[in-house]
Design a protein around this ligand. Structure first.
Ligand code: KG4
Ligand code: ZN
Length: 342
């Protein structure tokens, strides 16, 4: 079964062709980062317009790269949510329009299900069940995954997502959007011993996260250094390092707890923040101590992409699921747990 995947939930237009027999045939991405950078964050209306401009040429490119034509498609999957409603509607309406014209099934996919299944596209994919740490710009969640669509939420952020915290810390440090990679780069030059930031919600049991206090702490530290006339390049790097260490440590402590609580030995880490090298190193170390294994998507499939949507959609379409004709879905808020219970 050849499934075209379309991702337009935020600021990347992603398209891919996944073949259930042969694997990933082609994928392409257009990132809007440069366009939004000027505004310091995603401007929803600009995002929707750009998806509209980019999507059809990107679909054509993926078909060309795969040596396929529209008539070779067996089904279409698109991101139905969560995300920016206008951006989602571009993908949803294109998918439904194409599917109608071609007379093939179409299905709306949950964006976070796409992220958590992204490591399945790699050479040594994890078997079920596993624990998934989903860390993106909009979500920070620990999920017990028993199988496709069988998700139990173990914990999540009660306020900011980890990626959002990175983005906000970046703004405080006058770094460009998106903040995660920029903070990580600056932190490379930071002295890990100079400042120590709190590890929120690690002093009590539970698997929930909170990053808004850490954000306030970061701002206070920057202001204090400024008042002392000490906010030079080195101090900014030290703040970035203290912030990154605090986020990484917090995520690692909760992952350790989640593995202990479930007794599972497989940890999947996905979503934009899973590209963070220090987080990867730290989780590898934690996993080795527990004789567990960590699975990641390849670098470019950590952030938003069409391949994860094509893959997740293909699994569900293969099992016979599809949208009713004309019933396109664009759901800005959509809890992952409502997809099913283990
Ligand atoms: O999954 P994603 O591409 O989009 C959402 O679904 O939100 O995640 C984007 C988020 C942004 O907040 C970005 O700052 C963060 O992932 N990110 C990183 C890194 N690369 C991207 N955070 C920390 N370190 C990185 N290397
Ligand atoms: Zn995402």
């Amino acid at each position: 079964m050849r499934v075209l995947g379309i991702e337009t939930s935020c600021d990347e237009t992603g398209v891919a062709l996944f073949d259930t027999e042969r694997g990933l045939a082609a994928d392409a991405l257009h990132s809007q980062i440069a366009m939004h950078a000027e505004y310091g964050g995603v401007v929803p209306e600009l995002a929707s317009r750009d998806h509209t401009r980019r999507l059809l040429p990107l679909i054509q490119r993926v078909l060309d790269d795969a040596g396929a034509s529209r008539q070779d498609l067996d089904a279409i999957a698109y991101t139905a949510g969560p995300g920016l409603v206008g951006a989602l509607m571009v993908g949803a309406s294109t998918a439904h329009g194409m599917a109608r014209a071609l007379g093939i099934p179409v299905l709306g996919v949950h964006h976070m299900e796409g992220h958590l299944l992204a490591p399945m596209l790699e050479d040594n994919p994890p078997d079920f069940p596993f624990v998934a740490l989903l860390v993106s710009g909009g979500h920070t969640q620990l999920v017990e995954v028993a199988g496709i669509g069988r998700y139990r939420l173990l914990g999540e952020s009660v306020d900011d997502a980890a990626g959002e915290a990175f983005d906000k810390a970046a703004k405080m440090l006058d770094l460009d959007y998106p903040g995660g990679p920029a903070v990580a780069r600056l932190a490379e030059m930071g002295d890990p011993g100079r400042l120590r930031f709190p590890r929120p919600m690690t002093d009590r049991p539970g698997l929930d996260f909170s990053f808004s206090g850490l954000k306030t702490h970061t701002l206070t530290a920057i202001r204090q250094l400024e008042t002392e006339g000490a906010l030079d390049d080195q101090a900014r790097a030290d703040v970035a390092r203290a912030f990154e260490d605090a986020v990484v440590d917090t995520l690692a402590i909760k992952c350790r707890r989640a593995l202990d609580a479930t007794g599972l030995k497989r940890l999947v880490v996905a979503g934009g923040v899973s590209a963070n090298h220090r987080l990867r190193e730290r989780l590898e170390r934690e996993a080795t101590k527990r004789e567990a294994r960590v699975y990641y998507p390849r670098g470019r499939f950590c952030t938003d992409n069409g391949a994860m949507i094509a893959y997740a959609g293909a699994q569900r379409l293969h099992a016979g699921e599809h949208d009713e004709p004309g019933q396109m879905q664009a759901v800005p808020r959509w809890p992952l747990e409502t997809l099913g219970k283990p």
